[in-house]
Each structure stands twice: as C-alpha cells, then as structure tokens.
Design a protein around this ligand. Structure first.
Ligand SMILES: [Zn+2]
Ligand SMILES: [Zn+2]
Length: 249
C-alpha cells in the first residue's frame, strides 16, 4: 500500500502517481493538472524543465519526463501536516492551517533561493524535496537551482554564491524573522525576495560563524517569530553595523 501525500488516502501502489518526489492519488493529481506552465524546456540542452505555478507564480525546476507541482500551493484536498503546524505555532502565525503552511513553504523556498544570488545572474527556480507538503523532512534530492545569465541569456544550474560569508544578518519577512550568515549577495537576495533588513553586522568570517552557531543553539532554527528577541550584538559584540548598506527597497 501507498499513501497519497496530499489527502493521506491509502491506496494500492498501482493507483498512485509519482509527482514532485511524492505519491499522489488520481483525484489529487486531477486538482493540479493545469497548475504548472512550462517556462524553459531543456535550456541549453540541459536535462531540466522549468515550470511556473499558474496559481501563485513561484517557479520550480523538474527533471525531463518527471511530474511536478507547485512548491508552495496546497489545494482543497490537502490535509495538514502536524510537523508544519508545529512550526506555524512556533512562528505565531495566525492564518488558517493552509495559509500558514503555504507561507512556511514560500519562506523556505526564498531562503534557499537567496543562497544562489550572485552578480550577473538572475535566479529562476529551485526544487525542494518534500514541498509543498512537509517541512524539515525532505531529503537532499533536488533537480537543482537554475538561473539566467544577465548578459548572454544562458540558463544554467547555479552553485551557492561563493563570496566570503562575513556578515551576520537579521531580516524580516512579514511576521517572521530570519537570521543567518552570508555575504552581501545573500543579504541582497533576501531583500529582493521581499525581506526587510533589521540588522546586518560585519566581522571576520570566523567570528560570524561562531556567532551564527550560538544563535542557532539559542533559537534552534533560523526562522523565528517576530516577537522573539534575536540579539545579534550579544553574540557578535565587535560586529560593525553595516545595515545602512542594505537599503529597504
Ligand atoms: Zn490524494
Ligand atoms: Zn503555487
């Protein structure tokens, strides 16, 4: 027996279809049959297709010949994942379970995308195992993060931005705070994805790493509710405040 990840119905293996790394029953497959629109088909001959969700506009990369669906959108047949609801409570989100789940998924995607921002490239799409249904349970399987070269128009698989990670930052996405370490492109990536800078401190790479690890031990994850006091100076007292270099857009 298999279980449909969207509605949790148990079915014989023959009656589910693999979609976005997970198994879906036929009615759930039907609900999203026209959700994704093809944006780039095998760009530059790469074994990938990039789709965009017609419901919310978020893009997703997918291997050729695979089926996919939106990383963020749930549907009328979806049922709540208890682990995601636990995260929603911790973040003090006040929407319906579905709104909260979609918000967490959208933030998770943005945090992933921000890692790939780099000069000369526009980040197009990523793929994350487990989304839109589950949080923190995904494996590392992915069809990759893809971007478009600003000069040549070439679409290529991106690697993490490699600039020196000498910044400890705190940004706010709506009602959620996110802290982390990174380079200027990382912080700029968050801002262009809709985050507001709260505080950005500059220090040596090593001090930033130690400070980020201390914050992570204190708060357990890098996404916390807006009411959580996240004190960057407490963990990085010699950090230089460079927040002004990251104007609110
Ligand atoms: Zn189903
Ligand atoms: Zn969507």
């Amino acid at each position: 027996m298999k279980q449909c990840i969207n509605c949790m119905t148990r079915l014989p293996r023959k009656e589910v279809t693999e979609v976005a790394w997970c198994a879906l029953c036929t009615p759930c497959l039907q609900v999203v049959s026209d959700q994704m629109k093809l944006l780039h088909d095998r760009p530059g001959g790469a074994d990938v297709q990039i789709y965009q969700c017609g419901w919310c506009g978020v893009a997703r990369s997918c291997g050729v010949g695979w089926r996919t669906r939106c990383l963020v959108c749930l549907d009328d047949r979806s049922v709540p994942d208890p682990a995601v609801q636990k995260i929603a409570r911790r973040l003090e989100l006040d929407g319906t379970w579905r709104e909260n789940s979609e918000l967490i998924a959208a933030l998770t995607v943005k945090i992933r995308l921000a890692k790939y921002f780099q000069p000369g490239w526009t980040v197009l799409a990523t793929d994350m195992h487990g989304l839109p249904w589950t949080a923190f349970r995904w494996l590392t399987k992915s069809h990759g993060t893809w971007g478009c070269n600003a000069e040549t128009g070439e679409v290529a698989r991106l690697k993490h931005s490699r600039g020196e990670e000498n910044l400890l930052y705190l940004v706010r996405y709506g009602k959620v705070l996110k802290f982390g370490r990174g380079n200027a492109e990382r912080v700029g990536g968050h801002l262009s994805l809709g985050a507001v800078p709260v505080l950005v401190l500059s220090a040596s790479r090593q001090d930033v790493t130690v400070a980020r690890d201390r914050l992570k031990r204190l708060h357990r994850t890098e996404m916390v509710s807006q009411r959580t006091p996240v004190d960057l100076f407490a963990v990085l007292p010699d950090g230089q405040d460079v927040t002004d270099q990251f104007p609110r857009s």
